[in-house]
Design a protein around this ligand. Structure first.
Ligand SMILES: Cc1cc2nc3c(=O)[nH]c(=O)nc-3n(C[C@H](O)[C@H](O)[C@H](O)COP(=O)(O)O)c2cc1C
Length: 180
């Protein structure tokens, strides 16, 4: 199984979540190749080559970082060709979370899924029964809050990274059964 995890991260939080998802995907799967790429280092050929595509972004002013949107727009050619149809997709995000929920995080994750569904991909959410959901889960995927209670930048919690690993394991399991 070939996996691409493409993310944007200015300060490292979204990258940490990406690495935790990759770690979760590797558990119990020997026949898996995972490429972790920043959006800037992602070519559309990487998207084409993957069986599973995972997109992650920080929330910027209520929506995805422009760097992620730029990758999505660069890949529009693949929509014309139907090249991503049937691939498996998953998403994650981080946000400062001032106010508790993270302004715009759900819209951001849904927007990432909207793109996957436009491509005809099959998307995998995050069931609430899985480990880590209570602290770092949303039905869309894992979410890490990186801000503190003063609204200042901090770091994503270990609990959010547990959720990210758990989601990775779930995604790999579902993808394996779908690809088989
Ligand atoms: C320009 C900018 C806009 C942001 N807007 C939001 C926002 O609307 N909602 C939110 O929860 N966090 C917001 N944040 C906080 C980031 O989403 C948060 O710090 C994130 O974890 C950063 O990820 P990174 O460490 O991978 O760069 C913003 C940060 C920046 C730099």
């Amino acid at each position: 199984m070939q996996v691409l995890i493409a993310y944007h991260s200015d300060y490292g939080n979204t990258k940490k979540m990406a690495e935790a998802i990759a770690a979760g995907m590797r558990v119990g799967h020997s026949n898996i190749t995972i490429d972790l790429h920043s959006t800037a280092d992602t070519d559309i050929e990487h998207l084409q080559a993957a069986d599973v595509i995972v997109f992650g972004t920080p929330v910027h002013m209520g929506s995805m970082a422009w760097q992620m949107k730029q990758l999505i727009d660069r890949a529009a050619k693949l929509w014309m060709e139907g090249a991503l149809e049937g691939k498996v997709g998953g998403v994650f995000a981080t946000g400062g979370g001032f106010g508790g929920a993270g302004g715009g995080v759900e819209q951001t994750m849904v927007a990432l899924y909207s793109n996957f569904l436009e491509h005809g991909m099959v998307v995998v959410g995050f069931p609430k029964s899985l480990p880590g959901y209570a602290d770092g889960g949303l039905q869309w995927g894992p979410y890490g809050r990186s801000g503190n209670h003063a609204g200042m930048p901090d770091t994503v919690s270990d609990a959010a990274l547990v959720a990210a690993r758990s989601y990775g394991a779930h995604l790999a399991e579902i993808a394996k059964s779908m690809i088989a």
